[in-house]
Structure formats: structure tokens, C-alpha cells
Design a protein around this ligand. Sequence first.
Ligand code: PEP
Length: 252
Amino acid sequence: ASNRHFFVGGNWKCNGSKKSIRELADLVNGIQLEPNSGTQVVCAPPFPYLDFVRSLLKKEVGVAAQNCWIHGNGAYTGEVSVDMLLDLGVEWVILGHSERRHIPELHESDETIAQKTKRALDSGLGVILCIGELLQEREEGKTLDVCKRQLGAVAKVVKDWEKVVVAYEPVWAIGTGKVATPEQAQEVHAVVRKWFSETVSPQVADKIRIIYGGSVNGQNCNLLAGQKDIDGFLVGGASLKPEFANIVSSHS
Ligand code: PEP
């Protein structure tokens, strides 16, 4: 961590009911957050609950969608546009999550994710942009190339990174209980920051939050949060549990 504003996102994935979400919102509202807190907290419920969650959560907590449509409103049955998210008071969107990149029925490409990122940013939403390698890619020594390729696709169409948080999420660590070691995560975060310095600008590299995701829990968060280039977390499974509060307070 550093003097960058620590960022903790809770990705609720495809989970919840009105009852369980009301309980989860109570839990999140119970986390002490001063108006100028050292940690920014954002929760990402499934689309149908966004409005409900925005109405339940205190204003210090942001709300993110887990995806958005690549175009605007129109004849796109079944999609959810950025304009609709803004209309609901949603401030963020998660894009490029590994489940959207790699689940065969979804299979979003680098270019699709880049175009969605551009649309979301152009409209004023913040973007939690997920990148990360598969286990096979790590074993083949391709981790850094994969992350740079995924970022490079976005850099082709996005020039203003002010409202982007990059989430490094090694796919082998997501939902598996196999967290990256602090050293493994720090190594990639440092390379990503260097990539920003060389490809975008040293100013953006210095400012951009690079958060880690992949089996973060109440036990392993403190050591990870102590790494120089880890500016927060994107949390899946543990964001549905009381330990989310410990993760939020891991940076102090
Ligand atoms: C995620 O969904 O972004 C994630 C990191 O999941 P988990 O914490 O369950 O590994």
C-alpha cells in the first residue's frame, strides 16, 4: 500500500436474494467509514438488485455493476446500458472479470472489454478493470505478457485513466482458495505500474490504483496490503461474509 486511496471492492457475483442482500447491506453499513476514510469501499451486486442495494447502502459506499452493454440504449434485448446504470446512481462497473473472459458461453475478448471500458468511462462511470493470467499461462512464463496484452487493448482506445482501478486477478487464484503470495502479487503489480509509466505516463503510473483479487480473506489480507504496489482488493467469496469488514480495515 502507499498514499494512494486504498480501494476494496466486493464482487457478489451471481449470488443473493432480497433477504440475503438486505442482511449483507446491513453488514457493510456497519463497517466504520469516515467521510474522508483511508479506504474506499464499493459493492457489486447482480444487475436486478442494483437499485435496491443503492437505496440500502450508506452514501460512503459505492455501488458497481458487474458488467455493462457495449452500446447505448436500443434494440439489444437482454442487455443493460451504461445510461441505465447511471440512472440508478451506480458509480462503477467491473469489466474484464476472468469469469466473463473465460467462461465459454461468455468468452469476452480483449477488444470487447476495451470498447466497454471506453463507453463506461466516456459516460462518467468508474471502471474496475480486471486482468490476469490462467494457470497454464503462469506455468509457461507468460504472466506479464498476458497482463500487458490485456491492458494494451484498453490503452488503444482509452486515453484518460483517472477513473480506472486495475484489478490484478490471477485466474488460478479466483475462487480456489489458492491466494497469490504477497511477493507474487507485488511482482506483477510493480510490472503493471512500470507498464503504465512507460506506455501511458509516469503521472498515471503514480496515481492509478492497482488492486489484487483472488482468494483474499480476513487472514491473508494484511500481508498483501503491506506490499508497496498493492492499493486494495477485489474480493469475491469473502465479500459475502462478515470478514469483509476485516479486509476493508487491512490498510491502516
Ligand atoms: C473475484 O470474483 O473477483 C474474486 C477475486 O473472487 P474470490 O475472492 O472468491 O477468489
